[in-house]
Design a protein around this ligand. Structure first.
Ligand code: URA
Length: 427
């Protein structure tokens, strides 16, 4: 007979700084998923973990128990290797869009199971849904067909993958226990391992627009996730990348698709191109394609061909003109000086308030809402220079959005601090 435990003992053990056994962890995750342990008890346990931390063995067990709560995908029957990337989320982070087609143009399969945005960071599915006709839903059999054929797919992560994480994450969101390294690492890695990829590159964001505001914390999170991947037999690497300023020059669903297409046409902003190429090289290296010339694949149209196949395979029209918002507002420099700050969180919240994001899971998003940035950090501007264009379908939102955006833009006399995009690598 399976051992049962007293959940109050488990909470007390962690509250007092003790170590949870493998059996206790397996039991509590399973019992919570089945509704035997209540939300208030799991919330108390999460808070105890937040305050007391978990050791490596506990994190591995917690992750494995969440994987075991649901199904696992298996891509081993494909004729090509698979690789995946996961970003911890940031403002203007549309890297998945050009990256999947770029990597798959080298004959490697990239099954990206993605989510919708919540709060100030956007979701990949919301972005791609700005393309007329594009759909995320498909059967597993159809996904395998597309992967075999065009090589890249972006699908909605099904409810069957790590259901324990879905329940626990929703609870953490409303109990101030999201920003906790063992809980974030186990949450992300349980889903990635259950997705069945054989290799994984993590893009761990650092800065105001990210979960992790400082580099040491981000490094600890990245190392924990890399260790979890290795322990589960998934070759895993991590990049630490800057998220104090938005990535690229466009924020918002349709605007981010536009900018991704610029990258696939061999152009696009340099920070976005740099991260896309670096992630692609690591993914390809792990999949056995060494020293790939990814820059050339962006310039000579191979990645674009792969994008067109991916969009068509999922019902989208790659030639459709993307809609533009009916209302715009220009933010102008109030004085002469150097652009010293374009704060990622301020602009992310601003774009969300313009209608690009949602406050509750069931809210709709506007495909055309968002922000275009017209200046670079360190650029000299004169009074009246155009800094941003705000886009929305609902102009009554401008004022609320500006309350977030304006304090995040700093123009002054000192030089701007130099921006490095890739801050560290864990390989
Ligand atoms: N993303 C996840 O999937 N889980 C977390 O805990 C944080 C970010």
């Amino acid at each position: 007979m399976a051992t049962t435990f007293d959940v109050v003992d488990i909470i007390r053990t962690k509250r007092d700084g003790g170590e949870l056994s493998t059996e206790q962890i397996n039991w509590v995750i399973d019992a919570y998923t089945r509704g035997i342990v209540g939300d208030e008890q799991m919330a108390a346990l999460n808070m105890a973990i937040f305050i007391r931390d978990m050791n490596r063995r506990e994190i591995v067990d917690w992750t494995q128990a969440m994987i075991n709560s649901g199904e696992r995908m298996d891509f081993s029957s494909l004729s090509k290797p698979t690789t995946d990337k996961h970003s911890t989320g940031g403002v203007g982070d549309k890297v998945t869009l050009p990256l999947g087609p770029l990597v798959s143009s080298f004959g490697v399969a990239v099954p990206q199971l993605s989510g919708r945005g919540l709060g100030h960071t956007g979701g990949t599915l919301d972005k791609l849904e700005a393309i007329p006709g594009w759909k995320a839903d498909m059967s597993n059999a159809r996904m395998m067909e597309i992967l075999e054929d065009s090589g890249a797919v972006v699908a909605a992560a099904g409810a069957g993958l790590a259901p324990a994480d879905k329940k626990i994450y929703a609870l953490r969101d409303i109990t101030a226990t999201v920003d906790c390294i063992p809980l974030i690492a186990s949450s992300i890695m349980s889903k990635k391992i259950a997705e069945g990829t054989s290799s994984l590159v993590l893009d761990v964001k650092v800065g105001s627009g990210a979960f992790m505001k400082d580099l040491d914390q981000a490094r600890a999170l990245a190392q924990t996730m890399v260790d979890l991947g290795h322990d589960a037999g998934v070759q895993t690497r991590a990049l630490l990348t800057d998220m104090s300023t938005p990535l690229g020059k466009k924020i918002g669903n349709g605007l981010e698709v536009e900018e991704s297409i610029e990258v696939l046409q061999g152009g696009g902003p340099s920070d976005l191109v740099e991260i896309t190429c670096e992630l692609a090289r690591h993914m390809l290296d792990l999949a056995g394609v060494h020293d790939a010339d990814v820059e050339t694949a962006l310039k000579d149209g191979r990645a674009m061909d792969s994008w067109r196949r991916m969009i068509k395979a999922q019902g989208g029209d790659p030639d459709a003109k993307l809609a533009r918002a009916p209302h715009t507002y220009e933010v102008l420099a109030e004085k002469e000086g150097t652009v010293q700050q374009l704060d990622a969180l301020a602009l992310g919240v601003g774009s969300w308030r313009l209608g690009a994001g949602r406050a509750r899971k069931e809210d709709p998003v506007q495909a055309t809402a968002g922000i275009e940035i017209h200046v670079d950090l360190g650029q000299r501007v004169t009074k009246g220079h155009k800094l941003l264009t705000l886009h929305t379908e609902t102009p009554e939102r401008f004022e609320h959005a500006l309350n977030s955006i304006l304090p995040g833009i700093v123009i002054g006399e000192a030089a701007a601090p130099e921006r490095r995009i890739i801050l560290d690598r864990i390989v």
